[in-house]
Design a protein around this ligand. Structure first.
Ligand SMILES: Cc1cc2nc3c(=O)[nH]c(=O)nc-3n(C[C@H](O)[C@H](O)[C@H](O)COP(=O)(O)OP(=O)(O)OC[C@H]3O[C@@H](n4cnc5c(N)ncnc54)[C@H](O)[C@@H]3O)c2cc1C
Length: 587
């Protein structure tokens, strides 16, 4: 049986059971190359980035060109004109398209949030009517959830749908920050029907009338992506265009966001790789003090750190993507209704999707910042093109749920599965710990990597159990503690994924220089995450001021995060030199 979402915390995973990025097949690699060629031909030769306030036609035309290659229908079933690729290949596509400046956001909205609500929740008639046209980009799609007064608190939206005499709807309200809104033909609109408590979702065609658009927003970045306000004034919507159940819209919005989050993680992974490669190329070319700046170890630090973060986040990303595919297959085999399988598979891994959104977007921010620094003054110039990446990256910590909201969600979802739906038996896992702890207090032994990861898991269970007991439901209000716990959980998931990936490669006996660098990355990641977990756990313990067990908790925390004895500087330099020799981030 496939592992449950979040169960990485309490179960061991067989390295051979996970998917690793080294296993992409020929077709998948070809898809990646095709996207690369598309971006080179259509975008990378442009003198400057497109600007949605001037180049709207060019941008929507690009969507049509990409559709000719099948790229707008990757997740749509063949019977509706799509390619019906598996979910993990869809993630690879998101990675590949990321260097396409803000076109990644445009096609992301088309293929993800703007169309998946129909793919997952549409009736047969709705699918037949809309999906073929979305796949060819004859219909450009958008997703309209956010409102001026309703952002993170999405269910508080004021947009209303009232019944007409015929039982159709009239929609009134205002949506904000709508990607692709400037040229969209269809909007997935979330509104409350009459006096309902919860949102419903509708497929709204622009031609229905009653829709006006605001000016293109003047944004910090992703300037080539259309973002507008959309106003609905008595917009008539046929009753058949209700998507899913009445009041089921909030559930749709949340479930679609699970998909959006992991796709964004894949896209940020692609952006990070692109940034690092640019940084490496510039570092090699740029000479100062009669040397290439790539020879300075301060520059190697940046390159090594970026490579560590990228490899680590990627390991967790495609492990999860494959699990989503496998879960879907399992659900189909068990007779789940076809319409629900993918969405339920995604829901299963909601914790992992939220972790990945945060970790990968923060990795991207680090990479674009350090790449710009490698470029020095040139990095600050528009000419070099890296300031665009710096500006574009910033949005990824805000949309698809802000990183604060995603951190909170990570922990809340884990607690829900432990104590409400009882899918994860954290209590049983926690009960085993005291004996293990006594053993951990025995004289210092050098634990294996696997053992260390298990010790982090024990520490998380101790801290979450203890804070939960002390604060009860009030824990939700102590957001700093919740966010630190979410970060510890995230570090555990990431390091375990790197470990499993390297272990799987080692089991395949693929001894090579490449594998030896991957082992160095694993060591460095373990070193760094040990420090992070220790620091965050100490902050949590110190923040529980009235805690009489503080001294013991600190002792356990130190023991369970005991130093990993490597030379991090040596490892980091070695990793950096490997990629400098390659002239790019070559994985
Ligand atoms: C360029 C761009 C494109 C976008 N595209 C789309 C789109 O296509 N469709 C769409 O519907 N939306 C879109 N959005 C909207 C986006 O999803 C929201 O901006 C995002 O969800 C945050 O909402 P908000 O801006 O209202 O911020 P707010 O919710 O007001 O948040 C402000 C700050 O408060 C924090 N905060 C809020 N609530 C809490 C809480 N409970 N606990 C702790 N901290 C909290 C947040 O983390 C954040 O730091 C887009 C936004 C941008 C900028």
């Amino acid at each position: 049986m496939l592992s449950k979402g979040g169960s990485f915390l309490i179960e061991e995973t067989d390295p051979n059971s996970i998917f690793i990025a080294e296993e992409w097949n020929e077709e998948q690699v070809m898809l990646k190359e095709m996207v690369h060629d598309f971006l080179t031909t259509e975008l990378h030769h442009l003198p400057s980035e497109p600007d949605a306030s001037k180049d709207l036609q060019f941008i929507s035309g690009l969507l049509e060109k990409s559709a000719e290659l099948g790229l707008c229908g990757l997740g749509i079933k063949k019977e509706y004109g799509g390619l019906d690729l598996d979910f993990n290949t869809g993630l690879l596509f998101s990675e590949a398209v990321a260097p396409g400046f803000s076109f990644a956001t445009t096609i992301g909205a088309q293929t993800s949030i703007g169309s998946l609500p129909i793919v997952y929740y549409g009736t047969k008639e709705q699918k037949e009517k809309y999906l073929p046209k979305i796949a060819t980009a004859e219909y450009k799609a958008s997703y309209a959830l956010t409102e001026p007064e309703s952002g993170s608190d999405a269910n508080s939206g004021k947009t209303k749908a009232t019944f007409t005499e015929k039982g159709d709807y009239l929609i009134n309200g205002q949506k904000m920050w709508i990607t692709n809104g400037g040229f969209a033909d269809i909007f997935i609109v979330f509104a409350k029907i009459e006096d309902d408590d919860n949102l419903s979702a509708f497929i709204v065609e622009k031609t229905f009338g009653g829709i006006t658009l605001g000016e293109e927003e003047k944004k910090l970045g992703i300037k080539g992506s259309s973002t507008v306000q959309v106003f609905f004034n008595d917009c008539p919507v046929p009753k058949d265009n209700l998507l899913g159940d009445r009041q089921g819209g909030f559930k749709i919005a949340l479930n679609i966001l699970n998909s959006g989050r992991i796709k964004l993680a894949a896209s940020t992974n692609g952006g990070s790789k692109y940034a690092l490669s640019k940084g490496i190329q510039y570092a090699i070319e740029r000479k100062q003090f009669d040397k290439s700046i790539a020879e300075f170890t301060a520059m190697q630090f940046k390159i090594g750190e970026m490579a560590r973060l990228i490899f680590s986040s990627e390991s967790a990303l495609y492990r999860t993507g494959k699990n989503i595919d496998l879960k879907e297959q399992e659900l189909i085999k068990n007779g789940s209704p076809e319409n629900e399988t993918k969405i339920n598979a995604l829901r299963e891994y909601a914790i992992e999707c939220a972790i990945l959104k945060v970790y990968c977007s923060e990795t991207l921010d680090y990479c674009v910042d350090e790449t710009l620094q490698i470029y020095g003054g040139m990095g600050y110039s528009v000419e070099a093109g890296v300031e665009m990446g710096y500006r574009d990256a910033r949005i990824t910590r805000i949309y698809e749920g802000t990183n604060e909201i995603n951190r909170m969600l990570t922990f809340a979802e884990l607690m829900k599965r432990a104590f409400k739906s009882k899918e994860l038996d954290l209590v049983k896992a926690g009960k085993k710990i005291p004996l293990k702890l006594i053993k951990s207090l025995l004289p210092f032994q050098n634990p294996t990597i696997c053992k260390r990861i298990e010790m982090f898991k024990d520490l998380f269970l101790i801290l979450s159990g203890h804070t939960g007991k002390l604060l009860g439901l009030k824990l939700a209000e102590e957001q700093e503690i919740v966010m630190d716990l979410a970060d510890i959980l995230s570090e555990i998931f990431i390091i375990e994924s790197v470990y499993l990936r390297v272990q799987k490669l080692t089991n395949q006996k693929s001894s090579s220089k490449e594998l030896s660098i991957k082992k160095d990355i694993l060591d460095l990641q373990l070193y760094m995450c040990t420090n992070t977990i220790r620091e965050k756990s100490m902050t949590i313990i110190d923040s529980l001021a009235s805690n009489k067990n503080k001294r013991f908790l600190k002792l356990f925390s130190k023991r369970l995060t005991q130093s990993f004895d490597i030379n991090p500087t040596f490892k980091r330099r070695k990793i950096a030199k490997y990629f400098i020799e390659k002239g790019e981030y070559s994985w």
